[in-house]
Ligand binder design. Structure first.
Ligand code: ES4
Ligand code: ZN
Length: 324
């Protein structure tokens, strides 16, 4: 089964590239850039990854990414991840990045884009992977800042497969970003949003109704609203679920209590993803394996989950056909 899950051609649709920064690379980049880390060793970094909730994780996530300064740093970050994903049988990846988190540290958008784009080209060429890029807005920062970043990204609009919405969810409803997402829609840029991870089901509704998103990231709290579940099923709205993330951020107590089986019984269109693999105990394959252990799903079930991701990915028709 392990071998089957590894060989199964998988797509990853929910991955924060800054959350793929392994402690080893964090140290290497800190050294390269003359940055002092608040840790003595790689083991000490890993030991610090005990989270109480989303915010306690985000604090370390923003701290960790401070080692990213040059285009080469962004290249190394993404290439490191692409290689690991490739080794796990991932054939298509959609990477999200948080431009505002880097702009706030004085790292220009052009630097971020150059490094990430170069890594994407290399992965496509050398690893025969396809990739997509999602520019995410930080929902705990003002909407007008997100709007400025969207306009600032004009030279790169063509390279964006979607815009997204992430960071601290509670208290920052999708409605706060309706103008930003309306502008993205005018520009012809597809939209996704985190909703229903820590936030209530009403945030999922808002993301659909006000932001016109084509996918919901996480969405696990939809189960608290049966009419919403029915709508997600009817409209075939994909959820990018991240089981290990939900355990590590205490969205659920234990993997055995994860709502995935209920979501599946409800007939929802589900995909399995890693979110922040360096922080949450593994990549896509680790998430598939954790579900296998917890729920004992069949090969057919995993094949459907993998197929779902390929069907709803930002892919051109010929590549999608090749991956089917
Ligand atoms: C995130 Cl798990 C999660 N939720 C919301 N925003 C994020 N950014 C990076 N990881
Ligand atoms: Zn996420």
């Amino acid at each position: 089964m392990q071998d089957f899950l590894k060989r199964l051609p998988k797509a990853e649709l929910h991955l924060h590239i800054e959350g793929s920064l392994e402690p080893e690379l964090m140290f290497a980049l800190a050294e390269r850039n003359g940055i002092e880390l608040p840790y003595a060793s790689v083991d000490e970094v890993r030991a610090a990854y005990e989270f109480e909730d989303l915010q306690s994780f985000l604090n370390l996530y923003y701290q960790g990414m401070a080692v990213l300064r040059s285009a080469d740093d962004f290249f190394d970050l993404a290439m490191d991840y692409f290689r690991r994903a490739h080794a796990e049988g991932v054939v298509h990846v959609e990477i999200s990045f948080d431009p505002q988190a880097h702009l706030a540290r004085g790292i220009e958008l052009g630097v971020q884009m150059e490094g990430l784009s170069r890594a994407r080209r290399q992965a496509e060429r050398e690893l025969d992977m396809s990739t997509a890029l999602i520019m995410s807005f930080l929902r705990d920062r003002p909407a007008d800042e997100a709007m400025r970043v969207l306009e600032q990204a004009a030279p790169y609009w063509e390279m964006l497969d979607a815009v997204g919405l992430d960071s601290a969810e509670c208290g920052h409803p999708p409605s706060k970003f309706r103008e930003v997402f309306a502008r993205a829609m005018t520009l012809g840029i597809p939209r996704v949003a985190h909703a229903g991870e820590e936030g209530p089901p009403s945030y999922i509704r808002e993301a659909l109704d006000l932001l016109d998103v084509c996918r919901i990231d996480h969405g696990v709290r939809c189960l608290e609203d049966s009419a919403l579940v029915e709508r997600l099923r009817e409209e075939r709205i994909p959820l990018t679920v991240c089981p290990l993330s939900n355990v590590r951020l205490k969205v659920v107590e234990h993997i055995d209590d994860h709502p995935l089986p209920k979501l599946m019984d409800a007939g929802l269109l589900l995909t399995l993803n890693s979110d922040d693999p360096a922080y949450f105990g593994g990549g896509v394959l680790a998430n598939y394996l954790a579900c296998q252990r917890a729920f004992g799903w069949s090969k057919e079930t995993f094949a459907i989950l993998a197929r779902n991701a390929i069907e709803v990915a930002f892919l051109d028709d010929s590549r999608r056909q090749a991956l089917r």
